[in-house]
Write a protein that binds this ligand. Structure first.
Ligand SMILES: *Cc1c(COP(=O)(O)O)cnc(C)c1O
Length: 374
């Protein structure tokens, strides 16, 4: 071989006899075959992988791992929470259909439902999900899905999943729950009969703010349909991000235990602070705890911009769920796309601060907020 050829083909043996303690990363766009017969194996079920857009071991691990924890038959990972939501919706709804969603949705989901789905011919009604009658009023013969979040954002309303499932059964609808804030450590919607559970794995599943990913779980039949959408729309997850998310997933229970304990401590410590009008922290999410997000509404005379500036080691970010405590300004970021009128009705105000509580020592967290408030 000449230099140019040797340069490309230097030996990189793929070890199948060595058993690595951790899963290797299949950082490859495609899989290689000995001959045409072996490649045919992908189509007749003897080979699992052909092309990474259609499936990759690291990506599949994430789908399976989250499905196991959610108590679902099957799971599929995708490039982001939003693409997992879209795949889930398209697994049950097509042009001409109608879905009903809670009005206190994550801003990106609102954007997808309000702007993109109607252009695909799928109509969406946004309703106050605390009022069953209002949901029933908008259901009609084209309605196929009820969509909500187990713990909403930023007001941290805990959805009554049992009631939603009953309502859906009565009208023969499917149910889909975004379980991003609660995680399966606290809430497992499938146990209450929910058909599809979706995660922005960008948040607690990954847990370290270093990747974008989504996961959808449910029955084999629904997830196969959703996976076909992910393959055909090209919203697959890359192998490295799948691998990273799996590494993060291993510490989910440790992180959630610590972060929710810290959140509860912070919520109590800030409850009667004179610079705070209201502290939002759920009490009824689960027996194990209530998640790691605390939302505060600063008092009317407080300078919101100054408060954000004074949070010494706490970063201001448009996300949540890392191991570090961070803060978000919902009106300026996650809820920017939500119409002002809806925000006002929901009570999402300019002086609202969403805190994603991390794993630090709890008194250091409290001190940082008290100093900024002072
Ligand atoms: C972040 C988030 C999403 C969207 O996830 P991406 O990974 O950013 O696409 C959906 N739902 C909730 C509740 C979120 O917090």
């Amino acid at each position: 071989m000449q230099f140019e050829t040797k340069n490309v083909h230097f030996p990189q043996k793929i070890e199948t006899s060595e058993t690595s303690k951790t899963k290797p990363i299949y950082q490859t766009s495609a899989f290689a075959f000995q001959d045409l017969d072996e490649m045919e194996g992908f189509y007749n079920g003897n080979k699992a992988y052909l092309y990474t857009r259609a499936g990759n071991p690291n990506t599949d691990d994430l789908g399976k791992g989250v499905a196991d924890l959610e108590g679902a038959e099957m799971g599929v990972a995708s490039s982001s929470g939003i693409s997992a939501i879209l795949a889930g919706v398209l697994a049950v709804a097509k042009a001409g259909d109608h879905i009903v969603a809670t009005e206190d949705l994550y801003g990106g989901t609102y954007q997808l439902f309000a702007k993109e789905l109607p252009e695909l011919g799928i109509a969406v009604s946004f309703v106050d999900f605390t009022d069953q009658e209002k949901i029933e009023q908008v259901i009609h013969d084209k309605t196929v899905l009820l969509y909500s979040e187990s713990i909403t954002n930023p007001l941290l309303r805990v959805e009554n999943i049992e009631v939603l499932v009953q309502l859906a059964k009565k009208h023969r609808l499917k149910t889909m729950i975004d379980n991003t804030f609660a995680t399966p450590y606290f809430v497992r919607p499938h146990e209450s009969g929910v058909d599809l559970v979706v995660h922005s794995a960008t948040k607690y599943i990954g847990g370290h703010s270093d990747l974008s990913a989504g996961v959808l779980t449910g029955s084999g039949a629904l997830i196969k349909k959703a996976k076909t959408k992910i393959v055909n729309l090209g919203s697959n997850l890359g192998p490295f991000d799948g691998w990273l998310a799996c590494r993060g997933l291993k510490t989910l229970s440790l992180r959630m235990e610590r972060q929710s304990a810290n959140a509860e401590y912070l919520a109590k410590a800030l409850a009667n602070h004179e610079k705070i009008k209201k502290v939002y922290y759920p009490t009824n999410a689960s027996e194990r705890g209530n998640g790691a997000i605390v939302t505060i509404e600063l008092a009317e005379h407080a300078d919101v911009r100054q408060f954000f500036r004074q949070l010494r080691w706490i970063k201001v970010v448009p996300t949540l769920a890392g191991v570090e405590t961070s803060v978000t300004h919902p009106v300026g970021t996650s809820h920017r796309p939500v119409p002002e009128e809806t925000r006002q009705r929901l009570g999402v105000t300019y002086s609202m601060v969403r805190i994603s509580v991390g794993i630090e020592a709890k008194d250091d967290i409290v001190q940082a907020f008290e100093e900024a408030l002072d």
